[in-house]
Design a protein around this ligand. Structure first.
Ligand SMILES: [Fe+2]
Length: 241
């Protein structure tokens, strides 16, 4: 089975479109959370995830959108979520509300943040990664949230070591038999590792391939201007931050 692994689309439809044009053939879609937030096309992203029957877990922006009635809507991030929620149908909201915080597919754990805190923890360093390996028995876990494409690798044994490998420009990861991995495909809609292209991965058995694909940022910018979104949203896309 070949899985297209996506995370942190954040309503960026032109980025998702470019991913789908560039992706090699795949059987199923795994989505690691944050369909909404930041960019205007949360509804189209949710339509697509429904259409392809993606296996989805909840991201923090998805959870915040669902909880907006109980949150004070302050600051740009929540204002954007409120704007998006007004454009979602009851079907979209029910779909989003059906996503669990974590799930397993073919023995791999799917979470947004980390196995210890599926919604909010940033796996961005070796120490949280060590703890994350201790929080799950899965050999392979996929996560998002940091918007950084890469993998934490752990060799099991009496003195396990953990190291990090970034995949900012794409690349291939082959998992040797005793190695465990926490893998982030990177963000489709808002990469933060200094490379502006949309990030995604393809997983098949012991092999994970990372991809980066350029897309027309001016399309996103035009759409954001049209809807009156603040300039920092497209400025950060140009630099991948
Ligand atoms: Fe995110």
């Amino acid at each position: 089975m070949r899985y297209l692994v996506l995370s942190d689309i954040h309503g960026n439809w032109p980025a998702l479109e470019a991913v789908l044009q560039a992706a090699p053939p795949f059987d199923r879609v795994l989505f690691l959370g944050d369909a909404v937030g930041y960019y205007p096309d949360g509804d189209r992203v949710l339509d697509w995830l429904m259409e392809v029957g993606a296996e989805c877990v909840l991201g923090n922006h998805d959870a915040w959108l669902l909880a907006l009635d109980r949150l004070p809507v302050e600051g740009a991030v929540l204002e954007i979520l409120a704007w998006q929620r007004d454009r979602l149908s009851p079907e979209h909201l029910a779909f989003l509300g059906s996503w669990p915080w974590q799930k397993e597919v073919e023995g791999a754990l799917l979470v947004h943040g980390s196995p210890c805190d599926p919604l909010l923890e940033y796996l961005d360093d070796l120490e949280p990664a060590r703890q994350a390996f201790a929080c799950t028995e899965a050999r392979l876990a996929f996560h998002g949230h940091t918007h950084l494409a890469g993998a934490f690798l752990q060799l099991s044994g009496p003195r396990p070591w953990v190291r990090y490998q970034a995949f900012r420009q794409g690349g291939e990861l082959l998992l040797p038999p005793k190695v465990r991995a926490l893998i982030n495909p990177g963000s489709v809609g808002q990469p933060r590792d200094g490379v502006p292209g949309a990030a995604f991965a393809l997983w098949e058995g012991e092999r994970v391939e990372f991809f980066r694909v350029a897309y027309p940022l001016e399309k996103v910018e035009a759409r954001l201007r049209e809807e009156g979104f603040p300039p920092w949203l497209w400025e950060r896309l140009r630099v991948g931050e």
